[in-house]
Structures are given as structure tokens and as C-alpha cells.
Ligand binder design. Structure first.
Ligand code: ADP
Length: 474
């Protein structure tokens, strides 16, 4: 099959979260299964053309907006056989960040991502890439199914194919003032609650949810949660319930080329389930790097992720005094909301050598934390899939998770389990799970056996790729 992907980020070129990991890995898994895959992304200023060997194709696409023609140069990179990434270059993408700055989204994001969607269909046609299926991702790619069905700027879509739309996180829907409808020249009949309207505003994610043939999200539990209530469905639960027959949960995989302790070039010493001595070395190095006391026998707990409400780090912060009483260490990596950043910085000051707050995005450190920590904590309020718990498993770092979404699907606790789960989103429940972890921790053999079970879990992409394949077929 020929499959066209449209998305806003992809590792290793540019990544802010799990979506980037998925768009970096799933196309490769599909190409490995014999499909031709074309992925189209914005060419952000931060993408280093030299580092990745991007080539200017000399070709351009034109996309018409009311009173405005936006064009994009097409750059290309072909990382594997049957796999190509095209990058659309336009000054709209030459900004300091991807989606916004200083906690504020860029105001013209609707135009920036309309250019991506309309431009992708045009670029695919120019490339003579006539897909059997188009796979669009999150609100940034959501106009693709609409354009395929209804056209763009008064003209029919340059290509037509079956559309699959994936929700990576329902919390980000691409909501814009009503005027954005006319700025994109979208058909006015679509401004109603059954289509694009969302409480008087334009909701771009709805374009994907209404017009794609198949909908997916990134874990079976999240697929069930998002139809349940306004809280979990973020106001789209009604529409999602209406489309439930076409909605599937497909668990994300892991790119084990990038995330395996036996071949990770970013960690100080490699190791495997057969010989975990390298993990001890990684732990010592991590404690040194992030300023934790050099105590090999102390449990190092870790968190990685943006400081946003979803991730539940406020609950973790409340649990920190209790964690300190239990004599564990904690390292956090990730920036975000100013108030939470201050809270974590204050905890690091209050507990020097015991709590470390690394308030930034740092891919290398993320790898070293996965390798060097003992327990990986994910107190997320909701978690569509979550990737770090899957990486942790492979690194023999036992996850301790709030049992929601993909965390519920991937982490099991018990005599034959490979992690720790809590049901109530509260510091007390988190600390109770930590107490159970500490019981296991004192029994070195049992801990080691749990690590081995964790490292043996297989979340390779091939299985997920097979499930997507079935949806691409009519
Ligand atoms: P989300 O997409 O909601 O952020 P996921 O768990 O699906 O959460 O994916 C997060 C990905 O982003 C992982 O690969 C993780 O390592 C990475 N990541 C998140 N925050 C940071 C950070 N501060 N530094 C480095 N990598 C990060």
C-alpha cells in the first residue's frame, strides 16, 4: 500500500512529546512491512538541514487563502527504503518554538497548520504519490480529512483516499475564534455543532473526528475513557460516542533502536537483562550529574515530562515530604507552568542532594534518567498512551503509575508484575504504592526478577503497525 502521513512533528528531526516519537517510528515500521510511506511535516527553523541531510527538491506548492497566497518549498529526506519525509518550508514555521512562546499559542496557528494540511495534499500529488490511505494526526493534521471530502479554496482535493485520524491527546483541540473560519475560507455550512463549531468557536480537531473514515487513539483504555464523561472526553465525548463504531485504541510502540540499554549511545554504560552492572554505573553517574547524594543503596525515583496539569506533578510535589521521610531520592526533568517550576525549584532547595529539578527539555538526560533511575513515576491525571513507562520497562526501571489510559494498559502489579499502580489521584495513594515498591526493593532477588520481567516486555512497533494496516484497507 501507499500511505501518506501528515503531522506536526517527528523524531529525530523535531520533537516536543510523544507525537514526535510516533511519527518518527510508525512510518518506519510500516515501510519495513513493505509499504511505501510519505510523511509530510513543517520545515521548522529548528530543524538542522545539515545534521539530517535534508535536500531542497527545488519544487514548491502554492496554497490559496483568502487575499493571500502561501507557498512552501519542499525539502526531502529519505531515511530508509520506501520511506520519505517531506518538509514544507514557509516563513510561518521560522519561529523560536513549534506551537507558541511564553505559554501562549501562536495566534496564526490555524493558518500555519492549514498550510500544512492543504500543502501536504498538493505536495503528494506533485510527487505523484497517490495513496491508498491518508493518516492524519492531532488537530494540526485534522483539516486533511475535511479537505479530502470538501476540497480547499473552492477546488476539489488534489488527491482522494480513505482517511484515518489519530487522537494523540484530546486535551489539545486547536480551538480558534469564529473568524478563523473565514480566514481559512472553510464552507460556512460546517459552522454548526455537528461539524466544526465548538461553543461558538472553530474546533479544528472536529474536522478530523467528523470527516475521517476511521478514528484511532493511542491506547485501548484511553479509547474507552474519552467517550465516558466531559472530563475525560474534554467536551468531545458526544461526537466521539456517535463515532464509537469507527474508533479503535491502538497502543503506541517503542522505537527500540533509540530506546534500548544495550545499544543506547547516550548513556554512560550499556547493559542488558543478563548483566545489570552497567545500570549501577548509570545510576552513580546520574546521581553525580543531577546533584543527588552518591548513595548506591538509595532508591532513585524519576519523572520526565512537561509541568502541565495533565501530568499530575502537583500531586507528586505534595507527596515529596512523604517521599523524603521514606529516604528515597527524586529527580525531575521537564519545564512548564511557572508555578510548578517554582514549586519544584523550591523542593530542590529544601532537600539538597535528595531532590533534583532539571527544568528543561534534554533528550540525552532523558535517556540517562531512564537508565540510571530505579523507579519511574507517572502520576498523570490522564495519559493517552505514555511512552516513558514503556521506555522504563526496557531499561529495568520499574514504573509506578496512576492506572489510567495507556498506563493502565501497560503496567501490571503483583507477584508476576513489573511495576506499581495506584487508583486514586492523591499523594496518599502514590505514597502507598511507593511503600509497596520499597517492600520489593528490600528483597533484592524479587526486585531483580521484576526488572527482568519488565525488560522482557515487548512493545515493538510491528504489532501496532499491523493494526493500523488493517484500518488503511477499505
Ligand atoms: P507527552 O506526549 O504527553 O509529552 P509521552 O509520554 O507520550 O508524553 O511522550 C513524551 C516523550 O517526550 C518521551 O519521549 C519523553 O522522553 C519526551 N520528553 C518529555 N519531556 C522531556 C524533557 N523535558 N526532556 C527530554 N525529553 C522529554
Amino acid at each position: 500500500m501507499k500511505i501518506l502521513f501528515v503531522a506536526s512533528e517527528a523524531a529525530p528531526y523535531v520533537k516536543t512529546g510523544g507525537l514526535g516519537d510516533v511519527i518518527g517510528a510508525l512510518p518506519r515500521a510500516l515501510a519495513g512491512r513493505g509499504h511505501d510511506v510519505l510523511v509530510i511535516l513543517p520545515r521548522y527553523a529548528s530543524i538542522d538541514a545539515q545534521q539530517f541531510g535534508l535536500r531542497d527538491t527545488g519544487r514548491r506548492v502554492e496554497v490559496q487563502f483568502p487575499n493571500l497566497n502561501a507557498g512552501a518549498h519542499i525539502h526531502v529526506h529519505a531515511p530508509a527504503e520506501r520511506l520519505r519525509y517531506l518538509f514544507l518550508q514557509n516563513p510561518w514555521y521560522d519561529r523560536r518554538d513549534l506551537y507558541g512562546e511564553n505559554g501562549k499559542d501562536y495566534r496564526d496557528n490555524h493558518k500555519r497548520y492549514a498550510l500544512l494540511c492543504a500543502g501536504s495534499l498538493e505536495a503528494a500529488r506533485q510527487w505523484n504519490f497517490i495513496p491508498n490511505a491518508i493518516h492524519a494526526h492531532d488537530w494540526q493534521g485534522a483539516l486533511v480529512p475535511l479537505i479530502v471530502k470538501r476540497g480547499w479554496a473552492g477546488r476539489p482535493s488534489p488527491i482522494r483516499a480513505r482517511c484515518v485520524f489519530t487522537i494523540h491527546n484530546l486535551a489539545y483541540q486547536g480551538v480558534f475564534p469564529r473568524e478563523a473560519m473565514s480566514e481559512l475560507d472553510l464552507p460556512v455550512d460546517l459552522f454548526n455543532p455537528d461539524a466544526l463549531e465548538f461553543y461558538g468557536k472553530l474546533n479544528l480537531m472536529k474536522a478530523g473526528l467528523v470527516f475521517a473514515e476511521k478514528l484511532t487513539t493511542v491506547s485501548p483504555t484511553y479509547a474507552r475513557e474519552i467517550v465516558q464523561s466531559t472530563e475525560t472526553g474534554a467536551g468531545l465525548e458526544g461526537l466521539l460516542r456517535h463515532r464509537q463504531a469507527d474508533l479503535t485504541g491502538i497502543m503506541n510502540g517503542v522505537d527500540y533502536e533509540r530506546w534500548s540499554p544495550d545499544k543506547d549511545p547516550l548513556i554512560p554504560q550499556r547493559y542488558s537483562a543478563q548483566d545489570l552492572s552497567g545500570k549501577a554505573a548509570c545510576k552513580t553517574a546520574l546521581q553525580q550529574e543531577v546533584g543527588l547524594d552518591q548513595e548506591p543503596g538509595t532508591m532513585v525515583c524519576a519523572t520526565i515530562g512537561g509541568l502541565v496539569h495533565q501530568k499530575g506533578y502537583d500531586v507528586l510535589a505534595e507527596a515529596v515530604p512523604g517521599m523524603m521521610e521514606r529516604k528515597v531520592q527524586l529527580v525531575h526533568l521537564g519545564a512548564g507552568d511557572a508555578a510548578l517550576e517554582e514549586q519544584f525549584a523550591a523542593l530542590a532547595t529544601r532537600y539538597p542532594g535528595r531532590v533534583s529539578a532539571q527544568l528543561r527539555f534534554d533528550d540525552g538526560l532523558a535517556h540517562r534518567i531512564e537508565a540510571g533511575a530505579d523507579v519511574f513515576v507517572m502520576p498523570s491525571r490522564f495519559e493517552p498512551c505514555g511512552l516513558n513507562q514503556l521506555y522504563s520497562l526496557r531499561y529495568g526501571t520499574l514504573p509506578l503509575v496512576h492506572a489510567v489510559g495507556g498506563l493502565n494498559d501497560s503496567i501490571s502489579e503483583g507477584p508476576q508484575g513489573w511495576g506499581f499502580r495506584f487508583q486514586q489521584e492523591s499523594p496518599t495513594a502514590l505514597l502507598e504504592a511507593l511503600d509497596r515498591a520499597l517492600v520489593l526493593w528490600r528483597d533484592k532477588r524479587a526486585w531483580r526478577a521484576a526488572q527482568e520481567r519488565a525488560m522482557a516486555r515487548d512493545h515493538s512497533w510491528d504489532r501496532a503497525a499491523g493494526q493500523y494496516e488493517a484500518l488503511y484497507r477499505p
